[in-house]
Design a protein around this ligand. Structure first.
Ligand code: SF4
Length: 384
């Protein structure tokens, strides 16, 4: 069977992505330096707002800066669409996104239903362009509601509800100028990230051209049909998260690597892993299996390895009273990695993320499917 275009690849040989990790660190430094005079002052103000109103354990200025960059890129990608939706069962759709995680057996049925609702309600036939000078609190509110209803941007929506509270205290002129700053920065990011990180995402546009109609009624359409800028955005997001949570992760006594099922050499039906409450524990039935390799690395570094299904509820990894702190390494493809990292952060789990070298599971990306991989040197560095 012929393979569909693989949207991103961190390496050409599937084993080493060393050049990617150097490139993303350098590009993230550039983004943060460029944000110093534009996004960072706003991130600092928001940091003070979070403390003043006791909204959450305050996070780093870099994380809030990333949230601003993320909002600018999301507005450019979806702002017009979200503003054009007039009526939709937003609440039901947001709940369905939650139920599919907590009711794994009902997930196939829920996903069919979600796929139809997403296409019918969240993608209006007529999309009106909203100019930057028109963006106000109500347009931003529409975007946040829309993001939550997709189910794929749930963690973004959680964060931007707080930003809406922050902006709700400002004048409409200030909100418009705030958004103009974000959108201008996001436009710079889109161009610059294509120059700096585009070598790792050569096939995104070919994939979108070839496959968009295939996802028309599918629940994973927003997850799989991301723009190239969103891929680069998630690269920077993963890097910023890893920097922010490194210290807490290293301090944890217990560590677990959460691997996706698509890394297995065998399909789920013939994988001899043992099902447990935490996930599937590899029994080493196939020596060349990438999960088996992770298991062996884990044994040498004192880390547990389990395979978990896509869209698992990650709250189960949050610290239990009296139990030692538990650090988690989340392994995923670019379209879901940052959302997973944010979910772990929301549940106070010290986490590190590692990108799959490419996306290739049969369920979402490739008709034939192939075992995905990660950069083992990066995993060893993270666990060291
Ligand atoms: S080696 Fe482990 S993860 Fe891979 S197929 Fe066998 S039991 Fe499953």
């Amino acid at each position: 069977m012929e393979h569909t275009p693989i949207t991103y690849r961190l390496s050409n040989n599937g084993t080493s992505a060393a050049s990617y990790y150097g490139a993303v660190a350098e590009f993230t430094d550039l983004v943060l330096a460029r944000a110093q005079s534009t996004l960072v002052p706003e991130a600092r103000k928001f940091h003070r707002f979070v403390i003043a109103y006791d909204l959450e354990d305050p996070r780093s200025i870099e994380e809030y800066t990333y949230e601003l960059l993320n909002l600018g890129v999301l507005w450019r990608a979806y702002g017009d669409i979200a503003s054009s939706v007039r009526v939709a069962p937003f609440h039901l759709m947001a709940n369905l996104g939650e139920w599919r995680k907590t009711h794994q057996r009902l997930k196939p049925v829920i996903d069919v239903f979600r796929g139809v609702l997403l296409s019918v309600f969240l993608l209006p036939k007529t999309v009106r362009r909203v100019s930057e000078s028109e963006i106000g609190i109500s347009e931003l509110g529409r975007l946040v509601t829309w993001l939550e209803a997709t189910g794929d941007f749930r963690e973004d929506a959680f964060r931007y509800v707080r930003w809406l509270g922050y902006l709700g205290l400002e004048t409409s002129e200030r909100v418009t100028s705030f958004m103009e700053t974000l959108v201008t920065f996001a436009a710079w990011f889109e161009t610059e990230s294509a120059n700096r990180m585009g070598t790792f995402t050569p096939n995104v546009e070919a994939f979108l051209d070839e496959r968009s109609s295939y996802y028309r009624w599918r629940e994973d359409r927003f997850s799989c049909l991301r723009s190239r800028a969103e891929y680069h955005l998630n690269m920077v997001g993963a890097e910023i998260m890893n920097r922010a949570y490194r210290h807490d992760f290293v301090s944890c006594e217990k560590k677990t690597v959460l691997a996706p099922g698509c890394m297995r050499a065998r399909p789920a039906e013939t994988c001899e892993g043992v099902k447990t409450a935490d996930g599937i524990r590899c029994s080493g039935c196939e020596s060349s299996c990438h999960v088996n390799q992770l298991r062996e690395i884990g044994l040498r570094h004192g880390a547990d390895v389990v395979v978990i299904p896509h869209s698992t509820d990650l709250a189960r990894w949050s610290a239990q009273p009296g139990a030692p702190a538990h650090g988690v390494v989340g392994v995923a493809c670019l379209s879901v990695l940052v959302e997973g990292g944010w979910e772990l952060r929301r549940n106070n789990v010290p986490a590190q993320c590692i990108l799959l070298n490419e996306c290739g599971c049969r369920k979402h990306w490739d008709d034939a499917g192939f075992p995905t991989s990660l950069d083992v040197r990066q995993l060893k560095t993270v666990l060291s």
